[in-house]
Design a binder for this molecule. Structure first.
Ligand SMILES: [Zn+2]
Length: 254
């Protein structure tokens, strides 16, 4: 049984039953960077049962401007550093550390063990690996991407998927980012996961929410299943390395 006092403020919203759902749930956070720092911190503090953290990078000085959970851990692997943070914040959470890159060869094995997959990567390659694997394994995929003052978020659960929106990589993202923007979108991803787990509210399915924080303008657009999408139309049968290099266009179906 979880600590009723610790979670009393959210039990006022979700009830003990909702808290039990959170305590029984598992989430895989792919990328313990700017987005991942916020996701990890709020899912751990909410009392999620099991948290998987995947990241093959090490903590560098230029990360600390936004990757707040890694304070004091320069040079350490990010998944390991994040694990130490979670143990301090909420020892009740079972943490699983994967100190390596997610790849076409290990994605299915990792993703099948978790209820909700939260994509916090800094590359299109990983985003496409997550989209395609989550679709094949019928796992919810909470996506976000941030750049400078801007960000977007959506939750993919079956169709439409990320490839309906962007069938292949269309632009090169930059590395410029305000720390608070990454934190904001990471918080929104954690919220999407909590809504998925508890069944409260509405998730961002079939729509993409964008926010330009330099003017505080929000806009949202609907996303429809694309008739050409090789993932949603059942053409892609497995996860193949050939589909995740260069522009990540699907080249091999089976
Ligand atoms: Zn699709």
């Amino acid at each position: 049984m979880f600590d009723l006092e610790k979670y009393s403020r959210q039990i006022e919203i979700f009830g003990v039953e909702g808290q039990e759902k959170i305590a029984r749930a598992s989430a895989l956070v792919v990328g313990a960077g700017g987005l991942g720092s916020a996701v990890i911190q709020y899912l751990a503090s909410a009392g999620i049962g099991r948290l998987g953290i995947v990241d093959g990078d090490i903590v560098e000085k230029s990360n600390l401007q936004r990757q707040t959970i890694h304070a004091g851990n320069l040079g350490m692997n990010k998944a390991e550093s994040a694990g130490l943070f979670v143990k301090k914040l909420n020892p009740e959470v079972e943490v699983e550390i994967y100190p390596f890159e997610i790849s076409p060869s290990n994605a299915k094995k990792l993703i099948e063990q978790f209820d909700v997959i939260i994509g916090c990567p800094d590359s299109f390659r990983v985003r496409y690996i997550l989209n395609d694997t989550c679709f094949l394994l019928k796992k919810p995929f909470v996506h976000s991407a941030v750049y400078a003052f801007e960000g977007e978020i959506s939750t993919f659960l079956g169709s439409p998927c990320y490839r309906c929106y962007l069938p292949k990589m269309s632009q090169i993202g930059g590395r410029a980012i305000i720390g608070a923007v990454a934190g904001l979108f990471g918080c929104l991803q954690a919220l999407e996961a909590i809504k998925l787990i508890t069944g409260y509210g509405e998730i961002l399915k079939g729509k993409i929410l964008r926010l330009d924080t330099s003017t505080m303008s929000f806009f949202e657009f609907e996303l429809k299943k694309s008739e050409k999408c090789l993932v949603c139309n059942g053409k892609l049968e497995d996860i193949f390395e050939e589909n995740y290099f260069g522009d990540c266009e699907i080249r091999r179906l089976k």
